[in-house]
Design a protein around this ligand. Structure first.
Ligand code: NCD
Length: 311
């Protein structure tokens, strides 16, 4: 599970059906046959939700978990990443890897380094496929578990589009729905979409490449069914030390009590979390908020993914 780029609707459908089953019998999965399996969480970068939801998912499936801690590992003695991963593979049946260097996971795959299933838990500013699946599942759930009902949605991505791997993977996954319309509202020019991403959107959704990025001064909040917001990915900016921590977000694009009034009554506001200033917590109790549901669905989706890789 490295990327959403080549996933088929059958792949996604299988995962979603399994996730819904997991959800319905969440406290009753111990007989699923994973009780002697071990998942290895190999996180070389901070995480709360991804690592803990994988851990929770594995326990709920009756399996066990080993958490690698880079700060007290032999990395401190100069061990290479490859040697570390070769070591970890002896201790479990499935590994989740998160690493700030986008290429590590590709090197591992291209060189056949490991002989156990690998899940990409986020590779630098690259991709985050399991997050994209739980995001799409959250939309699909809201639309009565029907792919047909979501195929014409209009989605606005707001935030650090350049370096948000969750945005990249969700947009990649949306290639399955060519009539979904995608727009982008970056925080500023430095966080805008890459040309490659714009070309992909234009090709997959048959949109004019010049109309994908919308104007910050002229946002049509009413138009969209889904607002997918991300934080400024400060740890990805090599010049971060020189900029102001607050990054002075334009109040025009912050999701707050003022802007939310202009959205559709049944719009969805999504965020992979953690959030900073881009969504004000004053909107948290609005029924259009879905980021808490996303977290919950993360466990079911990861249960379904682990199950499909180990069974
Ligand atoms: C995201 C990530 O790690 O890419 N978080 C997550 O997995 N839910 C988003 C982020 O860090 O901004």
């Amino acid at each position: 599970m490295i990327s959403t780029k080549n996933m088929t609707i059958e792949n996604v459908n299988n995962i979603f059906i399994n996730a819904s089953n997991m959800k319905n019998k969440i406290n009753n999965n111990n007989d699923i046959g994973l009780n002697n399996k071990i998942l290895i969480n190999a996180f070389f970068e901070p995480s709360t939700r991804t690592s803990l939801s994988f851990e929770s998912a594995m326990y709920r499936l009756g399996g066990k978990v080993i958490n690698f801690n880079k700060d007290i590992s032999s990395l401190k003695k100069g061990e290479s990443i490859n040697d570390t991963l070769k070591t970890l593979e002896n201790y479990g049946d499935l590994i989740v890897i998160r690493h700030p260097d986008k290429n590590v996971i590709h090197d591992v795959i291209d060189n056949n380094l490991l002989n156990i299933p690998i899940i990409n838990g986020g590779n630098g500013a690259g991709e985050h496929p399991t997050q994209a699946l739980l995001d799409l599942y959250t939309i699909y759930e809201k639309y009565d578990y029907s792919f047909d009902n979501i195929k014409k949605l209009k989605i606005l991505f707001i935030g650090d589009i350049l370096d948000s791997r969750t945005v990249h993977s969700l947009i990649d996954l949306l290639h399955l729905f060519p009539s979904i319309e995608i727009n982008i509202l970056p925080f500023n020019d430095e966080t805008s979409a890459s040309n490659e991403l714009l070309k992909n959107i234009s090709k997959n959704h048959n949109q004019n490449i010049n109309d994908i990025i919308i104007n910050r001064r002229n946002i049509n909040w009413k138009k969209y069914d889904v607002f997918y917001v991300t934080r400024y990915q400060k740890e990805r900016k090599f010049f971060y030390d020189q900029i102001d921590d607050n990054n002075n977000l334009d109040s025009n694009i912050i999701i707050n009590n003022y802007n939310i009034q202009n959205m559709k009554k049944d719009a969805m506001i999504m965020h992979p979390l953690p959030r900073n200033e881009e969504i004000n917590s004053e909107v948290d109790n609005d029924e259009r908020v879905y980021y808490f549901k996303q977290m919950k669905n993360g466990v079911y989706i990861r249960m379904a993914i682990i199950y499909s890789l180990l069974k």
